[in-house]
Design a protein around this ligand. Structure first.
Ligand SMILES: Cc1cc2nc3c(=O)[nH]c(=O)nc-3n(C[C@H](O)[C@H](O)[C@H](O)COP(=O)(O)O)c2cc1C
Length: 205
């Protein structure tokens, strides 16, 4: 099958893209609005981009009336928190993805508990296994819409004790149980993990 994104149309290319780039991690992004209303929404156009300093990026698409609440809020405060979605939070994450107005507090709507940020104004999800407090480093406008690609420097990590291996300094993914996004409404559990040693003996990851 050969498919040209310029001729198949926007919806078809969106379906292709989200089915081809799988599994995707989910940034469950918390922010606070200028009016003080907390906001929480999932974004799976999400990745780590740089480790010095630790930096992530996610992309927020347009809404009919402008930008999504997340993008508008973080432009105002200059910060946000990326919470990791694990198996126990999958359904609540889905609830927070509704296209609600800016006056809606998705923490309250989904019955979730907030905790204050240490370095940022944005709240974090108290029960998340990992939360990364971020300062906005850059916002790049990409594509038609346009989409806001938000780069954030991680300025503070909250990691639940049992998912952090103090001997190796690694996250224990067996315990973390992150959820991945696939195509359409499909998701994946990460329960089947295997290891491969790098050819490079000095690999420190
Ligand atoms: C798993 C999942 C991943 C999503 N990924 C994105 C994404 O990468 N970019 C985006 O603009 N919207 C994405 N959405 C949709 C947003 O979560 C949705 O538009 C939400 O209402 C935005 O909320 P806000 O206006 O409070 O920021 C995703 C939804 C789900 C369920």
């Amino acid at each position: 099958m050969e498919l040209d994104p310029r001729t198949i149309g926007t919806t078809a290319s969106y379906k292709l893209l989200i089915g081809c780039v799988v599994p995707r991690p989910i940034a469950w992004v918390s922010t606070v609005g200028a009016d003080g209303v907390p906001n929480l929404a999932p974004f799976s156009f999400f990745m780590g981009v740089c480790n010095e300093p630790p930096t992530i990026a996610f992309s927020s698409g347009p809404r009919e009336n402008g930008k999504k609440d997340t993008a508008r809020n973080l432009e105002h405060t200059g910060d946000f928190v990326v919470n990791v979605v694990d198996d126990t939070h999958a359904e609540a994450m889905n609830v927070t993805s509704g296209e609600y107005g800016p006056e809606v507090d998705e923490f309250a709507l989904a019955g979730l508990t907030m905790a204050p940020g240490v370095q940022v104004r944005a709240p974090r999800l108290a029960t998340a296994p990992i939360s990364m407090e971020c300062r906005v480093a850059q916002i790049v406008s990409v594509g038609r819409g346009p989409h806001s690609v938000v780069f954030g420097e991680i300025v503070y990590f909250h990691v639940r004790d049992d998912v952090y291996d103090t001997k190796t300094g690694r996250i224990d993914v067996h315990r973390l149980q992150p959820v991945g996004r696939l195509a359409g409404n499909q998701y994946s559990h990460i329960h089947d993990i295997f290891e491969m040693k790098r050819p490079n003996e000095n690999y420190r990851g």
